[in-house]
Write a protein that binds this ligand. Sequence first.
Ligand code: T1G
Length: 706
Amino acid sequence: MTPEASADAVRQAVHGRVFVVTVDNPPVNALGAQVRSQLRAAIEAADTHPEVDAVLLLGAGRNFIGGADIREFGKPPVPPSLPEVCNYIEASAKPVVAAIHGVALGGGLEVALAAHYRIASSDAKLGLPEVTLGLLPGAGGTQRAPRLIGAKAALDLMLSGRQIGAKEARALGLIDEIATTDDALAEGLAYTQGLLAARAPARRTRDAQGLADRTASRTAIEAARTEVSKSTRHLFSPMKIVDAVQAALEMPFDDGLCHERQLFLQCLDSPQRAGLVHAFFAEREARKAPETRKAKPRAIRSVGVIGGGTMGAGIAVALLDAGLPVAMIERDDASLLRGEALVEKVYDRLIAGGRMSLQEKADILARLHGSTSYDALDKADLVIEAVFEDMAVKKAVFAELDRVCKPGAVLATNTSYLDIDAIAASISRPADVVGLHFFSPANVMKLLEVVVPAQSSADVIATAFDLAKKLRKVPVRAGVCDGFIGNRVLAIYRAAADHMMEDGASPYQIDRAVRDFGFPMGPFQVSDLAGGDIGWATRKRRAATRDPKLRYVQIADRICERGWFGQKTGRGFYLYTDGGRTGKPDPEVEAIIDAERKRAEITPRTFTDDEIMRRYMAAMINEAANVVHEGIALRPLDVDVTFVHGYGFPRHRGGPMKYADTVGLASVLADIREFAQEDPLFWKPSTLIVDLVERGATLASLNQSA
Ligand code: T1G
């Protein structure tokens, strides 16, 4: 091997008659400006090299190429553009081979598509996830992929943004070979030398015939257009992807590339791209809590779960799915059997859906051990309690954990609002206590609020974040208060919705306006899903300390007093007939609302959907700003991650804080001040918002690394 000129982001070397180009731009070989420029130079060097007959493209480290550099979006473009580099690769007179290992995503796969041949390791993952960032494959992917694998498969790949494995890629024709080992260089060289021996030509993807069947292509495009207009009507870029593939069918290649570029720039300029890119980086930033830099996590080899109810069983499944052995503790055999059955039910559903085999289920359940004795926890590295939400009950559990758990075991509570400082103070080892607030269903919802009591040691918090990684959860660090980040803010914007309901807006109009904003459900649908009795219990718990001057809407109490808790009782705010999950408006609820308005001496007025959302969002943003101001959330981005991953906030808007910056903090403050004229106690402008508006600053300016 004779190393040629070695640039730092793209290395060049010659192996026999093959010019090897290695992209080396940690951590994911993103195609930033320097990489694009050096990649182009390397292809030029290969083309003019007299002793070289072919080019082999590789990625250094764990991946081929993770895509364009997302941090460049929204900044002035720096040439050469990625489409230009891809066209240059494809135009090479000498055969270009891409040897993929790890991931080839977005622009990374587009570089491979511009190559003439592709080989991938058996564990490689390929995808065009640009749609998850509000974009479309803007370096020729919308033109080359349909020509290579057909319109239907290409549209599925681009509209889903999903990653596919080497086998599926091979079957589709996205790659030519699957390597037998994961040595990308050796496999790539052998494959390239084979091509040279067979005198394989520079086979350009733009000439591939995947769109030859015009009828089938047109049918696929129309089907995608129909599907997109139904399922992702909130989003901007999916329809642009369909438009781009239509151009691939109807235009010559180079014209199609130009059209793709125009569509890509439209997506790049959309607020949805800004929101989705914000969400992408925010969830990665949120997992870097200060404690994760100060301390090493403790080892987690076995975990105990106290309680086999809905939450305990869900948490047990999340732990089992992460490959951990789990000891489930319940107070008696009957409760333990119920808990184990709840765990088993999750896997039976997967088997019924053809997504798990009986043997896989057996292997997983072999790691679950039930017991009615705390002594079974004497070797656990971590114990998570998910028992009844009552302080005395929790303290009794922690007293037992204090008695039986080994020194250094991390003791976690799943409480959703109780004072974790008080729980920690009740045992001999408060430094080992942490809050792990899972969201139901705990084995599905990604958000995990890591609640940090005052006495926790840094390595305990680092352990909690390490656990989140093992569970493939999205962790957010939260301070101790009633409701931590999410539920505390939820209580406020739910109250704003209650006020509007009592003032004249129907719960059904409010829910619809919130869904049209992009949430999957409105607040009253959420209440019916979660169970109105839960919110009722919270309101009763808070009654003693509630400010009597604060407006209190009793409509939900009237509904709960009738035992109408929502889906689980067949009616709540909505009527659920024949056990369905889609409720219908309930005239009896509307009569209750009318009666409550009369009792409160309120003359109902109409609301526009726009005003509903201004009030709903102003309440959410204002309380979220208080949560940041008080340090319960480290930064605004931590609130955004909480709401995108735990409360259905539309990801394409980035989160409540990103949304506030998008509409303008001054406009949000003006709304709050307008609403304060009718209710100054509820609508008290957050100090943080007032301060930022006075300084002309944004919430984003507070998102520096924690
Ligand atoms: N650009 C810039 N930074 C990136 C990046 C990217 N494409 N991908 C990851 N990072 C950063 C990330 O923020 C984190 O930074 C670190 O790398 C490790 O990431 C023209 C327009 C590749 C599967 O959408 O899916 O190409 O926190 O923790 O778990 O058509 O990163 O360490 O400071 O996620 O090993 C299309 C996005 C772009 C892929 C690796 N590509 N990335 O997962 O590491 S748009 C994507 C991922 C595009 C073209 C279009 C994952 C990964 P920090 P990580 P990981």
